[in-house]
Design a protein around this ligand. Sequence first.
Ligand SMILES: Cc1cc2nc3c(=O)[nH]c(=O)nc-3n(C[C@H](O)[C@H](O)[C@H](O)COP(=O)(O)OP(=O)(O)OC[C@H]3O[C@@H](n4cnc5c(N)ncnc54)[C@H](O)[C@@H]3O)c2cc1C
Length: 490
Amino acid sequence: MALSKDIYKAFEDVVGAENICDDPVIMPAYHSAELGAVILPKNTAEVQAIVKLCNKYKLQFRAVCTGWTGMFPKGIIYLDMRRMNHIVEINEKNMYAVVEPYVISAQLQAELMKRGLHLNMKGAGANCSAMLRGHGHLDQTTSGDDRNQLAIEWVTPEGDIVRLGSLGSSDEWFCGDGPGPSLRSLINSAVPPGVTPGVFTKSAVKLYHWPGPPSFPIEGESPLYTMSEIPANMMVRYFSFPSVEKMWEAELKIGESEISFELMGFNVSMVAANITTSNEEETEVFERLNKAVQGPGFMVIIAGNSPEDFEYKKRVLQQIVSDADGKSLEAVEDPRIEGILLCQCIRISASIRETFRNGGAFNSIPIMGQRDLTIKWAIGAGKAKEPLIEKGLIVDDGGAFFGWGVEQGHLGKTEIFCKFDPSNLEAKAAVEGWQKEQSTRAFKERYFANLLMGQTEEIGPALSNYHLWWQKFTEAIDPNGVSPGGGALV
Ligand SMILES: Cc1cc2nc3c(=O)[nH]c(=O)nc-3n(C[C@H](O)[C@H](O)[C@H](O)COP(=O)(O)OP(=O)(O)OC[C@H]3O[C@@H](n4cnc5c(N)ncnc54)[C@H](O)[C@@H]3O)c2cc1C
């Protein structure tokens, strides 16, 4: 769906001939062969000019950072943000960093570690944008999602530049709210499916203390990085428990005592995926580890701020785990495996393997919220997977669900996968049925509402009619309908 010559020329005048393309040979490399054009703006002024032209010509647009997700209607103007890749500021004193859209988490993390600082990285990987909200392995100490976004520079769907939070009132980036009513929840993709309208052009993200070395002593090659030397103040362990209740008891106490740097409720299948390089090896390791655990479990990373702090944290961890009848998985005590897990789970480099594992495709139900509630629901959803496993429709991944603590357990994430062969239509239908049934149960039994399933007419009234408010909001800020939603952000 090529643009007319005149319209193409109007966009070209903004970014230059080198930074716009509608070549049908190139388009498929960008999500879809049916894009209107791909445009690469270099700064906020260019983004604003492009958005204004989109309004003038009634063309839909959507911005993309690293492009892991997103849905792109035919003919859409695709803003590839890769030229906006600068770290604008690292404010060590007030602990925030200001970044442009294409600063990836790995880039920012490396700069921050030199300064004893760290950030929340999306579980999707260090290759993703540092600017957009996300959650993952590090949430226990770096919180997750919109909690990490501070002031934001935003080009609205009509092409106005809005400086949200403290940026608008004091030219400073330290706060995402106020003064007065805040737009934060509306522009942070809080309402699924991942629908932030307009374009973020700069954002401040919160920073946290990094207790590790100033540069990560990495060795090896993707997908199996390891550390040349395990830092003297760091330790990784995996503990399994006789029951979910016992696991939860330990998780809560670890949160209350604030001893863990990371608490990741992997099932052993995900541990196997992290420490192997092929499906064959992974299956063999998974089967071995699965026999060595007594039930559900989690991985913990402990990091001391001094030798005494490290010893103290290890002792508290030991006490908590033994009180809950936990058992350490010996394989993870091997320093080689510890090194791999430290690399994969602090630099977040194995998520594709963790997520897809053997099976080829998956459907999942992700829940962010109160972890004890979501675990209770997930036990039932896991049981409902068993008949599908028995019939050979989905892969047995050695654990009904996984998840992790957020903010030392004040919040949490739980997610449950069904992995299947996408060419098996019976399996696909069964998994979709399971997903719908378990989401409906979650809503009816008042555990949570899975907004990703799109049952808004039923769910909306129970949630203050959020869907109607959202519709009114988008109509008000996007009268020409040029900034459509971008697909689910899991
Ligand atoms: C295997 C796998 C694992 C995942 N695991 C996680 C996880 O653990 N945690 C998690 O949080 N997510 C996860 N995701 C979901 C999601 O893919 C990523 O969070 C996200 O896409 C990462 O890429 P990005 O931040 O560079 O954004 P992109 O993929 O570039 O964009 C994501 C969405 O935001 C829009 N967008 C991009 N840039 C802008 C901008 N400047 N202004 C306005 N809108 C914009 C895009 O149009 C798109 O709709 C996972 C996805 C996959 C495939």
